[in-house]
Write a new protein. Structure first.
Length: 599
């Protein structure tokens, strides 16, 4: 199998250049693949890396184990041990490692009861355990290593007879010793204060048809901690909100609604039908997306802290209550929506899944607007929850050009083109950020379509698409191990300084295919690491037509069919306003290349 990345895909048409990881600025090479042979059973979901022992710890829920992998030699990596979790009951959800301490978060046998964090050393020897909240879904060490935080999702039972509080556990780890921890070191941060005071109306509190309290309805999903280890930012996914926690005082600062993405704006469109044969990425009137991020990460730039989010989306669907309905089954206001009967055709918006809790507040049953789950994008936010930047419709535009025959496929079926268009599209879920050769990148895993989107985020106000990597062979059955990576659930960035070979790595856990892949990530124009003589820098990218170069250059521009369409001599801009939308490749005299998108 070969790695197919967007740039290599385009350049192979024009120049027949390498089929391996040829990318804009970043070289990308898969170096290791650990397979559990557990298809769609959670064989590899979350991973963590410990640099001193050069070991990766990977959750294996299918066998209730932690797999321990030694990666000192990337070409000869192997499993060196396993931790059996069956003595501790419950299902493994997450893990984190710091020094010689491995912290593992497990559900209770009854998920609505309090879960636990079990501590081991990096050889797998049991150290200690403490009780945390219900359904501990994510665990992490603060950068200072003095605190451990756990997002306790607290999902209800299917019949909604039990709806535990959503909480965040802050474990005081200033002693540095797991063996001396007691229950007194575990501090629970809940949301009960909002049960009796007004809150931001854009925070979606509607579980059990509005019968659940605020503190029950919130569902902490993921935690990002600022570099100073003073504040924790918690994604409340179903609630489309961000909670901010003061770590030192073990207290809740505030909860902020993230608002909605206007899908009627140019560049914010999406493909809405799973039954139409054509790919139709377009804006939709009075359709809004709830960001509802899964993974989030925090980083500092120019003295400011930012939060990056993978906007997967999620809904409440239980036997006792569901908020999900298709557009063809809701009442549209004919005064607002032009020709509702046409919009509700399966080939238009009819198949799209929307929430019954929003857009109908005025009457209770007629929708003036429609709200979808997730935004098929990633975003950058400031620490007040204000949107700084969003990737718009990039993900679907890019995947539609590269993989039109498999666009918006599901992750457990290699013959499922457009199967996810009516739902949440490619579903960005996993996220890591890291610096490679002085450039800060965001790596976003697409849970359904698969693959990793890579963006340069050195400028948080104007990130630049770098490349799209997809390790998936659609020609074989999805449950064949040769199919590659299906359902990337978690990404760990390993810096060059901590990597065993001095090159940055990505460790990608693929929940559906049940494997963990390691990728080398390094700057260069190809995997042979040729010298870059003169790079091409321009903005904006994508653009509606005019691209501005950072310096004058002489360039050739090729379309996606490999045809030379334009040459510029010593110019500071490229004008593609008269060319059709799509992908183009620029080559300068030094032989360096850049992929651009014309909207």
């Amino acid at each position: 199998m070969k790695i197919q990345n967007m740039r290599s895909y385009l350049l192979s048409l024009a120049l027949l250049i390498s089929t391996l990881g040829f990318s804009q600025g970043l070289a990308f090479e898969r170096t290791y693949n650990y397979h559990t042979q557990q298809f769609n059973q959670g064989g590899a979901e979350i991973n963590a890396y410990e640099p001193l022992s050069q070991r990766i710890f990977s959750t294996n829920a299918a066998e209730s184990k932690i797999d321990i992998l030694k990666i000192s030699d990337l070409r000869k990596s192997y499993r060196v041990g396993r931790i059996d979790l069956t003595p501790y009951s419950g299902s493994v959800n997450s893990l984190a490692v710091q020094g010689n301490v491995l912290a593992v978060a497990l559900d209770a046998n009854l998920p609505q009861s309090n879960g636990k964090v079990v501590f081991f050393d990096t050889n797998g020897t049991y150290l200690n355990q403490v009780v945390v909240g219900a359904m501990p879904d994510m665990i992490c060490f603060a950068p200072s290593t003095q605190y451990i935080l756990v997002a306790n999702e607290g999902e209800p039972s299917d019949d909604y007879t039990i709806d535990p509080l959503g909480t965040v556990s802050v474990i005081d780890f200033r002693s540095g010793s797991a063996t001396t921890l007691t229950q007194a070191d575990v501090h629970s941060v809940d949301f009960t204060r909002y049960d009796t005071i007004p809150y931001d109306p854009s925070i979606n509190i509607y579980g059990n048809n509005g019968l659940s309290s605020f503190s029950q309805d919130v569902e902490p999903e993921y935690i990002a901690i600022d570099p100073s280890s003073t504040k924790a930012y918690v994604s409340l996914q179903e609630n489309n909100a961000l909670a901010i926690i003061d770590i030192f005082t073990f207290s809740l600062d505030t909860v902020i609604g993230l608002g909605y993405k206007d899908h009627n704006l140019a560049g914010n469109g999406f493909d809405a039908s799973d039954v139409s044969s054509n790919i139709d990425i377009q804006p939709h009137f009075n359709v809004f997306g709830m960001y509802q991020p899964d993974a989030i990460q925090a980083f500092a730039k120019n003295g400011n802290t930012y939060i990056v989010s993978a906007n997967e989306g999620d809904s409440r669907e239980y036997s006792a209550y569901s908020e999900v309905e298709r557009v063809n089954n809701v009442n549209l206001n004919p005064i607002i929506f032009n020709s509702p009967s046409t919009l509700q055709l399966d080939s238009v918006l009819g198949r799209l899944k929307v929430s019954t809790t929003l857009g109908n507040k005025r009457t209770g049953f007629v929708h003036d607007s429609l709200f979808t789950f997730g935004t098929r994008s990633f975003s950058i936010w400031d620490t007040q929850g204000q949107l700084v930047w969003d990737s718009g419709d990039d993900f679907e535009q890019i995947t539609s050009q590269a993989y039109a025959a498999n666009f918006n496929s599901n992750n457990d079926d290699n013959n499922s083109r457009k199967d996810r268009s009516d739902d949440r599209g490619p579903e960005p879920e996993a996220l890591a950020i890291g610096e490679v050769d002085g450039v800060l990148y965001a790596f976003i895993g697409l849970e359904r379509m698969g693959g990793i989107m890579i963006y340069n985020i050195n400028n948080p106000q104007a990130p630049v698409f770098d490349s799209y990597i997809l390790e998936r062979d659609f020609s074989v059955a999805a449950n064949d191990t040769a199919t590659g990576d299906l359902g990337p659930e978690h990404i760990t960035f390993i810096s060059a300084q901590k990597s065993p070979n001095g090159i940055a790595l990505l460790a990608v856990s693929n929940e559906v295919s049940g494997n963990l892949s390691l990728y080398q990530v390094g700057q260069g124009i190809g995997i042979d690491e040729e010298l870059v003589e003169k790079t091409i820098e321009l903005y904006p990218n994508p653009s509606t037509g005019i691209f501005h170069l950072s310096e004058k250059q002489s360039l050739q521009i090729y379309n996606s069919e490999g045809q030379l369409i334009k040459e510029v001599q010593n110019e500071s801009e490229i004008d593609l306003s008269q060319e059709p939308t799509g992908f183009y490749t620029i080559i300068n005299k030094a032989g360096n290349t850049l992929k651009i998108i014309k909207n």
